[in-house]
Design a protein around this ligand. Structure first.
Ligand SMILES: *Cc1c(COP(=O)(O)O)cnc(C)c1O
Length: 413
C-alpha cells in the first residue's frame, strides 16, 4: 500500500526527526518562531502534521471505522478545535474536558465520557449536554439513573468492560486482571439486566486495554478479542449493540531502537475484526479512540539554555524548562527505566562540534533531567533546546505548580 503524496510511507514513517525538521515548524523557522512567541519555554504544535496524521489513518483504516480523539492527550483548546474538524468524535475523561470538547464545536452526541470517578456534577453536565456516558461501575449506573430522572432526561450510556484478557506489550496496561477501570466482564450480564430496568438508553460497549503499544500483532489480537467479547456479552444479555468502542493504544516511538507502528498490519487486522463484528452484529458502529498517535509527533517543547556548568568532568546545560512543564520527557510519567526523549539544539546547524552533555531544568531536584549524557552540538547560553515527540501528555500531564515557575506558552502553528 502506498501513502498519499507528501506523507511518509508507513514502514519508515516517523523515524526521529532530522535537524532540518527541527529548524522549521508549521513552515516557520524555529528561531523566528521563538522570537514571535516572545519567551521561552513554549510548546509548539503543527497543524499540518496533525492533519496529515489523521489523513494517513483515514487512508489506511478500513472504511466504516469511526475515528475518535482522546482529548486528554492534548486538551489545548485551539488544537481540540482543529481536531473537531478532522475526526468523527471525542472521548473525554472529566467535566473540564467535556467543556473543552463542546466549546470546540463537537456535537454532544459524538462525545463520550469515560473515567472511573465521575462526580454527580460531571454526570449532570454530561446528561444535560447529551453526551454518551461510559459506565465504569454498577453504582455509577444507579447514580446516573437517579440524575436522569431528576433532569427528566434519559441518559445515553455504554458499559465500559474490564476485559478478561490483557493487551500484550503495552507501555501502560489498562485492562485485564484487577483494575479500577470498567466493570469486570463476568459481572456485565447481570449489570445489563439491571440496566434494562432503569431509564437509561443503552448504546453498547467500551473496551480500553492499554496504551503506547508499538506491536501491530498485539494490537490486532486485542482488537479481535475485544470484538469477540463484546459479541458474547451482547448475545448473552440479548441487547442490541449499536456501538462498540475498542479503544486504541497505538504507540509512537520515543526512544532509540523503537520502531514506528506498522500501520498497514494494524489496518489489516482491524479489517478482519470489523468483518467479525459485521457477521455477528451487522449494524454495530466500530469506534477507535486515539490520543497520543494523533498528536505526539506533531509537537515540540522548546526551552533556552541559561547556564553551562561543569561538575566532576561532566557538562550540564541548565535550561529554563524542565519536568514542571514536561514530566514525561524527564522520565517520570510512568517510565520504568529512564531513557532520553529525542532532543536537539534547535538553532545549531548540523556539522557543529559535538559534545556529551546533560540537559537539566531549573528545579532543585535531580529528577529534573531532560537529557542524560547525550551527544549534542555544543550549545551556548541563549541557545534553544528542543524536545521532540512532545505533542501528547506534555503540559497537562506535568506538575506545573512545583517550584512556582511561570507556565510555558502553547502555540498551534
Ligand atoms: C488515555 C485514554 C486514551 C488515549 O490513549 P493514547 O495512548 O493517548 O492513545 C483512550 N481511551 C481511554 C479510555 C483513555 O483513558
Amino acid at each position: 500500500m502506498t501513502a498519499p503524496d507528501g506523507l511518509p510511507r508507513h514502514a519508515e514513517a516517523q523515524q526521529f526527526p532530522t535537524l532540518d525538521d527541527v529548524l522549521q515548524i508549521g513552515g516557520i523557522l524555529l528561531t523566528r518562531l521563538a522570537e514571535r512567541v516572545g519567551r521561552t519555554p513554549f510548546y509548539a504544535y503543527e497543524r499540518r502534521h496533525i492533519a496529515s496524521r489523521v489523513g494517513l489513518l483515514r487512508q489506511v483504516l478500513p472504511r466504516g471505522v469511526q475515528l475518535h480523539y482522546a482529548v486528554k492527550a492534548n486538551p489545548m483548546p485551539a488544537l481540540v478545535q482543529l481536531m473537531a474538524g478532522l475526526v468523527d468524535g471525542f472521548d473525554v475523561a472529566s467535566g473540564g474536558e467535556l467543556k473543552v470538547a463542546l466549546d470546540a464545536g463537537m456535537a454532544a452526541e459524538r462525545i463520550s465520557f469515560a473515567g472511573p470517578g465521575k462526580r454527580d456534577a460531571e454526570l449532570r453536565c454530561a446528561v444535560a449536554a447529551g453526551a454518551l456516558l461510559h459506565l465504569e461501575s454498577e453504582s455509577e449506573m444507579e447514580r446516573l439513573a437517579r440524575i436522569g430522572s431528576e433532569l427528566g432526561m434519559t441518559p445515553r450510556v455504554a458499559v465500559r468492560v474490564n476485559p478478561d484478557f490483557e493487551l500484550k506489550l503495552a507501555g501502560m496496561k489498562m485492562g485485564g486482571g484487577a483494575r479500577p477501570f470498567g466493570v469486570d466482564a463476568a459481572r456485565v450480564p447481570a449489570m445489563l439486566r439491571r440496566l434494562a430496568q432503569l431509564e437509561l438508553d443503552f448504546h453498547g460497549f467500551h473496551l480500553f486495554c492499554g496504551a503506547q503499544n508499538l506491536s501491530a500483532a498485539a494490537l490486532c489480537e486485542a482488537q479481535r478479542l475485544s470484538v469477540e467479547l463484546a459479541l458474547r456479552l451482547a448475545d448473552q444479555a440479548r441487547v442490541p449493540m449499536r456501538m462498540l468502542n475498542i479503544g486504541g493504544g497505538f504507540g509512537v516511538p520515543y526512544f532509540p531502537g523503537e520502531r514506528a507502528l506498522a500501520l498497514d498490519a494494524v489496518a489489516d487486522g482491524l479489517a478482519q475484526s470489523l468483518d467479525l463484528l459485521r457477521r455477528g452484529s451487522p449494524d454495530t458502529e466500530l469506534i477507535l479512540e486515539l490520543g497520543r498517535y494523533l498528536v505526539a509527533e506533531g509537537g515540540i517543547y522548546v526551552c533556552r539554555v541559561l547556564e553551562r556548568k561543569r561538575s566532576h568532568g561532566q557538562t550540564f546545560l541548565i535550561t529554563d524548562g524542565g519536568l514542571h512543564h514536561h514530566l514525561a520527557a524527564s522520565g517520570n510519567f510512568g517510565q520504568v527505566i529512564r531513557k532520553n526523549y529525542p532532543v536537539a539544539i534547535g538553532n545549531r546547524m548540523q556539522g557543529a562540534a559535538l559534545e556529551t552533555v546533560s540537559v537539566v531544568g531549573p528545579l532543585c531536584t535531580p529528577l529534573d533531567l531532560l537529557a542524560d549524557r547525550m551527544e549534542l552540538p555544543r550549545a551556548e547560553v541563549g541557545d534553544l533546546v528542543v524536545v521532540f515527540q512532545s505533542g501528547a501528555y506534555g503540559l497537562t500531564a506535568s506538575p506545573t505548580a512545583f517550584l512556582s515557575h511561570p507556565l510555558p506558552l502553547e502555540v498551534l502553528v
